[in-house]
Design a protein around this ligand. Structure first.
Ligand code: HEC
Ligand code: HEC
Ligand code: HEC
Ligand code: HEC
Ligand code: HEC
Ligand code: HEC
Ligand code: HEC
Length: 403
């Protein structure tokens, strides 16, 4: 019986995926008929599509199928020990992946990896329970190439009750629909409120896709399919026509932290919209707060003299929006030099690094890597908190680390 259900689901999923990749008229986007889906863009925008499909944006959330999940499931590093009786083991069973809880050597429960969040530095996963998703207690971190506690989770006992709410999806996916339902009263852990959002699994559009940044594009696609000789873009917002603030807002939507008072859902944002209509400003642009390096590139950049005094720096000055951040630091130096021609460092600075080397490494000294205070994690059998390290976007002069 179970097998039959499994087979049926497999067939249905296959049909679903096949129909998704079909470029034909039949594709129905969960966001509605204004949307065409990313697959439809490839035929006319091959360059942007091939880049973007491989980017971290497209992988910001994904179904937790083999190949999408990072980390070790069968050899040495797949066990997290809470205490001498309690351990959590990452296990592969058939085509599915689980975090399996053992007490005194006996399996007590297991939780299936269903959706993964993140790809570049770390990956956390969720399982489904009562139409909602809950974070698994152990995540994978590339910096240590190992499993450790999910951010903020305890290292001395397993915890499975942290709901991953719609807000997470609003920055990590392109669509999630939910409806408000009466929470079953059986759930004793459920505090005060008796209503809660239920996420409709079928409506999830994984990752940050073309139309998440460019807005609904079905009309654009239909127009250009009918008028193949017209080479001027129709029915799509051009970033070139936007003001600097509008261009910044299109990135700041997800890269400016999460402490504003929400007025509208992030999912409703389209390029050209003003972010001030989505969040009540709680911070002035002159704010001197030490913003965290995690998730707040916009506010850190906005504190830099480069940003304030150039009147033109935005995210696209340094990033191709369809590609990941470059690993080639010299390429960023070229961008710095386009505004800082004829720059002279002091003799004392040049003593620490010869001018030729310095010219390729502006970023190492002026945008150093910093530990996040918001995110930290603990390894199995360790009391020590490890921190999450990202490059600061506050361009400035920092005390040198080596003497
Ligand atoms: C049938 C061909 C066709 C399809 C399919 C198509 N486009 Fe376009 N698109 C064009 C043409 C033609 C232009 C104008 C020339 C150019 O910029 O390449 C354009 C331009 C654009 C621009 C630049 C607008 C500007 O003025 O800066 C964006 C953004 C864009 N398309 C997004 C998309 C997205 C997103 C999809 C998929 C949902 C898509 N396009 C599908 C033909 C197409
Ligand atoms: C993270 C947001 C983001 C995503 C995702 C994204 N774009 Fe863009 N795209 C932009 C921005 C911003 C620009 C303007 C770049 C500029 O002006 O230099 C742009 C420009 C374009 C252009 C104009 C030509 C160019 O390269 O500047 C096309 C065409 C385009 N995008 C198509 C796509 C397609 C197709 C996808 C999906 C495969 C996609 N974009 C995904 C943000 C995004
Ligand atoms: C809908 C939310 C959203 C929007 C809009 C968005 N980003 Fe992102 N961005 C993310 C998330 C989430 C990640 C982390 C992806 C990961 O590693 O899993 C990310 C990652 C990145 C990265 C690092 C990718 C890497 O692997 O090096 C860069 C660079 C970036 N974004 C730039 C931009 C720029 C520029 C814009 C505006 C054109 C933009 N983002 C718009 C959510 C967003
Ligand atoms: C305001 C937008 C926003 C919200 C809300 C948000 N994130 Fe993120 N998240 C980001 C951005 C942007 C990055 C990547 C850049 C960074 O770390 O600064 C990121 C990075 C991550 C990463 C690491 C990915 C990587 O490798 O860079 C994970 C895992 C993650 N988020 C999970 C979550 C979960 C789970 C939630 C909800 C509890 C959540 N995020 C809520 C914007 C957001
Ligand atoms: C769009 C132009 C532009 C770009 C690109 C740019 N800067 Fe600047 N930067 C400026 C301007 C303008 C100032 C302010 C100069 C002043 O007021 O004297 C400045 C100031 C600085 C300062 C002095 C900061 C302080 O607090 O005193 C440093 C250091 C600096 N830039 C380094 C860099 C580095 C490194 C890069 C590349 C990662 C870079 N800049 C990219 C325009 C730019
Ligand atoms: C002056 C150049 C510059 C500007 C402007 C800039 N970035 Fe970056 N960004 C970088 C550099 C350099 C890196 C680090 C690449 C690395 O170390 O691999 C980076 C990395 C990132 C990352 C990945 C973080 C990490 O440490 O892996 C994200 C996310 C990001 N940028 C988003 C943005 C957003 C959003 C904006 C606009 C608010 C922006 N950047 C503006 C230069 C810039
Ligand atoms: C070895 C570290 C290091 C590297 C690499 C480096 N800088 Fe600096 N930079 C400094 C220090 C320290 C200062 C302050 C003392 C000085 O002016 O030499 C400074 C000062 C500056 C200033 C401010 C000058 C002023 O008038 O106040 C700018 C602008 C600047 N650097 C840009 C750059 C750019 C662009 C690059 C890459 C071509 C670069 N730096 C590479 C360490 C570095």
């Amino acid at each position: 019986m179970k097998k039959a259900v499994f087979l049926l689901t497999t067939i249905l999923t296959t049909i679903f995926f096949v129909s998704c990749t079909n470029k034909s008229e039949e594709y129905i986007d969960p966001r509605g008929t204004d949307y065409a889906g990313s697959e439809s863009c490839v035929q006319c925008h091959k360059v942007q599509s091939e880049m973007a499909f491989h980017s971290s944006h497209f992988k910001a959330t994904a179904p937790a199928i083999l190949g999408n999940v990072s980390g070790d499931f069968d050899s040495k590093n797949h066990t997290f020990i809470y205490d001498k009786d309690t351990k959590l083991v990452m296990e592969k069973q058939g085509d599915s992946l689980y975090q399996v809880l053992y007490k005194n050597g006996k399996e007590v429960s297991k939780y299936k990896f269903e959706i993964v969040f993140g790809t570049k530095h770390a990956q956390t996963s969720v399982y489904w329970k009562n139409n909602n998703t809950y974070e698994l207690p152990v995540s994978f971190y590339h910096s240590i190439n190992n499993w450790a506690t999910s951010p903020g989770f305890p290292a001395d006992k397993p915890y499975f009750d942290r709901m991953v709410v719609k807000d997470c999806y609003a920055c990590h996916s392109s669509n999630v629909s939910s409806r408000t339902v009466n929470q079953s009263s059986e759930d004793k852990n459920f505090m005060s409120m008796d209503v809660e959002d239920a996420i409709n699994k079928k409506t999830i559009v994984y990752g940050i896709d073309c139309e998440r940044c460019h807005g609904p594009a079905k009309k654009h696609v239909d127009f250009h399919l009918k008028n193949p000789n017209i080479k001027i873009a129709n029915s799509i917002t051009s970033f070139k026509s936007l003001s600097r603030q509008q261009r910044l807002d299109a990135c700041a939507l997800c890269h400016a932290g999460n402490d504003g008072m929400k007025l509208k859902s992030r999912f409703d944002f389209k390029p050209g919209d003003n972010l001030s209509e989505f969040f009540r400003e709680t911070r002035s642009i002159n704010d001197t707060t030490n913003f965290d390096v995690h998730g707040n590139q916009f506010r850190l950049m906005a504190q830099s003299k480069c940003f304030i005094n150039s009147n033109k720096m935005d995210c696209i000055t340094c990033h191709n929006p369809h590609e990941n951040a470059s690993k080639n630091m010299a390429s960023y130096s070229k961008i710095c030099m386009s505004c800082h021609q004829g720059l002279k460092h002091k003799e004392t600075t040049l003593k620490t690094m010869p001018e030729k080397l310095l010219a390729d490494n502006c970023v190492e000294c002026h945008m150093p890597k910093k530990a996040s205070n918001a995110i930290n994690f603990q390894l199995s059998n360790s009391k020590q908190l490890s921190s999450y390290i990202l490059r600061t976007h506050k361009i400035g002069t920092y005390p040198s680390t080596k003497k």
